[in-house]
Design a protein around this ligand. Structure first.
Ligand code: FES
Length: 103
């Protein structure tokens, strides 16, 4: 993705929630932590589990399939079995629109 795209309204997520948004064929997990929005790759690199269906705990999301944990702000793995990070996307707000940009 080369440009910022509107993917949600700020009211679509409460603090501690995560949701799937799709831009083209990219699956992105959009989360809200302490009023700020973050976007990381939605597909767990371990076995393609859906991170948008995971539990958010502080600034981490736990994959619902085998329990890998990722930092929702950076995409880094914080607990195995996944061995690699997911992409982190730029996020921008315009009014009550949440825009996601390049990884
Ligand atoms: S698919 Fe996510 S931990 Fe296995």
């Amino acid at each position: 993705m080369d440009d910022f795209v509107s993917v949600a309204k700020t009211t679509d997520l409460s603090d501690g929630e995560i949701m799937l948004v799709e831009v083209g064929d990219e699956r992105i997990a959009l989360s809200r932590i302490d009023g700020s929005f973050y976007a990381i790759g939605e597909v767990c690199p371990h076995a393609e589990g859906p991170l948008s269906e995971g539990i958010v705990d502080d600034d981490e999301v736990e994959c619902p399939w085998h329990g890998s944990r990722f930092n929702v702000k950076t995409g880094e793995v914080t607990s195995p079995p996944a061995g690699e990070a997911v992409a982190r996307y730029a996020v921008r707000l315009e009014g009550d629109d949440v825009l996601v940009g390049p990884a």
